[in-house]
Every structure is written in structure tokens, then in C-alpha cells.
Design a protein around this ligand. Structure first.
Ligand SMILES: Cc1cc2nc3c(=O)[nH]c(=O)nc-3n(C[C@H](O)[C@H](O)[C@H](O)COP(=O)(O)O)c2cc1C
Ligand SMILES: Nc1ncnc2c1ncn2[C@@H]1O[C@H](COP(=O)(O)OP(=O)(O)O)[C@@H](O)[C@H]1O
Length: 298
């Protein structure tokens, strides 16, 4: 049986570490003249085992598939994680799922990846189980960036502390939030900065640190520069929920109910409470200058 060269994982964010692993899958597939594949789970495995567990994520499933497509891996195989699957030992997973169900010829294991019931065993066991059914198992190498390891949780922390440049670098693309434009408090237009309030489609995506960001805004097939505010509007004191709102440059039309994507370019400043609306507006003018300057430099 010819089969595929594959790897397995949740791949949240499809960051440079994931891409390094997938490039090893593709290289091995090229050497063997076989197709390459990524096997991934549509829902986080821990969520399946523990219904109330919902981690903040770097991407939803659709976006993950789009990012995986950019790696040019030949196939993306969706493997629903179930309680039955969670009970399989590593040996059963290798023989029943990888070999028989999916037809894996060569399997690359991420440098620290563990699977099988309670993740009890390690790569030596996988090698020997693979061997017994004629499946090659290769341990992939780790990618370190400036001496540090790359992980989805590290990128989540970077976003939550406003370190956008660093997060984008480890993702290999600019972090985004997408959603539908909903009505806000109708205050924006009265201060000269209307803002489109974004209700995220993917409610589990990480929302970066509260504050102001330089962004590119994508909607109606167009791209505009813009400044994004994430915060509780402490100056206006009109509620405590967090709004995600963007003032789009060179634009003046109704956007309600349309969808939009903001691409984070850089962090400008934190959320602040100003003594008056006049001071807030003065600051937003300065923010605009800073954002325009920032967007000029790429
Ligand atoms: C670039 C930008 C920065 C902002 N910074 C702050 C801020 O630091 N503190 C604050 O209370 N409100 C800030 N605002 C939010 C305004 O209060 C906001 O535009 C207002 O809530 C209008 O909301 P609306 O769209 O719901 O009418 C900022 C808005 C923009 C566009
Ligand atoms: N340059 C712009 N940036 C963002 N939204 C704009 C812009 N021009 C017009 N709009 C429209 O105005 C609305 C925002 O006005 P605003 O007074 O802030 O109301 P709301 O509180 O409902 O967000 C947006 O949802 C959009 O439909």
C-alpha cells in the first residue's frame, strides 16, 4: 500500500514551529514520492473530554484550514477526537487509526508530541509499535527562535500582553479578528471618529491586551488603514463590557451587519481614562498620527 507521510496535532495558530514540522513532513514525502498530510482535530481534545474546558485559541477551525493550506501540504485530514479515541493506547492508535484507517506510511512525531491513552508512552514506544506494523516513525526536530521554543500558549501570552510584533513573527502572519459590525452607543460619530463595533465570529479567539492598535481593515474586497480600540470606554463610563471597535481611515459609509477582518500591525498604547471627552479626542488625533506613521513603515 503506498500511503501518506503524515503528522498529527491540534496546530492552534499554525505557527512557525508547526510549519517547521510540516516542512519535514513535506521533505520526507518528496524523498519517498508520496503525498504529505496533516492530521488534525476539529475540536480541542481536552474540550471533548471535559465539556467545560474552553481555552482561548489563536484560530478557529476554518482559519486553521486556511493557514494549513498556505503550507502547501497535500492533504489535511480531519480526525474527530472522541472519548473512544481517547481510550486507545498508543499501540492501538498506531495500528487501528494511523495505519489501517488513514493509511500512514511514514509518521513524523513532533519533538515533544505524545499521544495514546494518558499520553503514557514516548517516542521509543511509537517507533517499536510502528515497526511491528511496517510504519516508519521519525522524530521531528524542534525549531527554536532566538534560543526560545515556540508554542501556541506563548503566542497567546504575547497577544494578551500587547506584544503584537513578536506574536506576528512567531505566527508568520499578522494576527486577525473577524466579525460582524453591530451597533454601539452611537457616540463615535459625535466625537468625529465613528467606529465600527466588531462582534467576533469566533468567540474563543484571543482578544489582545486592551488598548489602541494600528490595523489593516479588510471588507467588501477592499483594504483600508485603521485604528482599533479594545477597551471598556472608561472615559465615557457607559458600561463594563469590552468593545472591539475600529475607526477606518478614508471611509464614510454605513457598515452595519457587514463583516470585516482586522489585521493587527502594532500596539500603540493602553486603554486609558481621560478627564474629559475633549482630552480623549485630542489623544485620538495623536493616535491617528502615530498609526498612520506606523502603517507607512509596513
Ligand atoms: C483610536 C481610539 C482610541 C480610543 N481610546 C480610548 C481610551 O483610551 N479610553 C476611552 O475611554 N475610550 C477610548 N476610545 C473609545 C471611545 O470612547 C469610543 O470611540 C466610543 O466608545 C464610541 O463608541 P461607539 O462606537 O459605541 O459610539 C477610543 C476610540 C478610538 C477610535
Ligand atoms: N470611517 C469609519 N470607520 C468606522 N465606521 C464608520 C466609518 N464611517 C462610517 N462608519 C459607520 O458608522 C458606524 C459607527 O458610528 P458610531 O457613532 O461609532 O456608532 P456605533 O456606536 O453604532 O458604532 C459604523 O458602524 C459604520 O456603519
Amino acid at each position: 500500500m503506498p500511503g501518506v507521510v503524515a503528522t498529527l496535532g491540534f496546530f492552534d495558530g499554525v505557527h512557525v514551529g508547526h510549519r517547521h514540522l510540516i516542512s519535514q513532513v513535506k521533505a520526507e514525502a518528496g524523498r519517498l514520492g508520496l503525498p504529505s498530510a496533516v492530521i488534525t482535530f476539529p475540536v480541542h481534545p481536552r474540550k471533548v473530554l471535559q465539556a467545560d474546558y474552553q481555552p482561548k485559541l489563536l484560530c478557529g477551525y476554518e482559519e486553521k484550514l486556511e493557514q494549513l493550506a498556505t503550507t502547501e501540504v497535500d492533504y489535511c485530514i480531519s480526525l474527530p477526537f472522541t472519548t473512544e479515541l481517547s481510550r486507545l493506547t498508543a499501540r492501538e492508535f498506531i495500528t487501528d487509526v494511523l495505519t489501517e484507517r488513514i493509511g500512514v506510511h511514514t509518521f513524523l512525531v513532533g519533538y515533544d508530541h505524545r499521544f495514546g491513552h494518558n499520553r503514557e508512552e514516548g517516542v521509543d514506544a511509537y517507533l517499536s509499535y510502528g515497526n511491528s506494523v511496517g510504519m516508519n516513525v521519525i522524530q521531528a526536530t524542534e525549531l527554536r527562535v532566538e534560543g526560545e521554543n515556540v508554542s501556541s500558549s506563548r503566542i497567546r501570552r504575547l497577544l494578551m500582553s500587547g506584544e503584537i510584533l513578536q506574536a506576528n513573527r512567531l505566527l508568520s502572519y499578522n494576527y486577525t479578528l473577524s466579525g460582524k459590525i453591530v451597533e454601539g452607543y452611537q457616540v463615535g460619530r459625535t466625537i468625529g471618529f465613528p467606529t465600527a463595533n466588531v462582534k467576533a465570529w469566533e468567540k474563543y479567539k484571543v482578544v489582545p491586551l486592551l488598548g489602541v492598535y494600528a490595523v489593516r481593515v479588510h471588507f467588501r474586497g477592499e483594504t483600508h488603514g485603521g485604528m482599533l480600540y479594545i477597551g471598556t470606554r472608561p472615559t465615557l463610563q457607559n458600561g463594563t463590557e469590552i468593545s472591539v471597535e475600529v475607526n477606518i481611515f478614508d471611509f464614510n459609509e454605513d457598515l452595519y451587519n457587514e463583516s470585516l477582518t482586522v489585521e493587527f500591525i502594532d500596539f500603540i498604547r493602553g486603554d486609558e481614562k481621560f478627564g474629559s471627552i475633549r482630552q480623549l479626542v485630542e489623544q485620538i488625533h495623536r493616535d491617528k498620527e502615530n498609526v498612520i506613521e506606523r502603517l507607512k513603515n509596513g
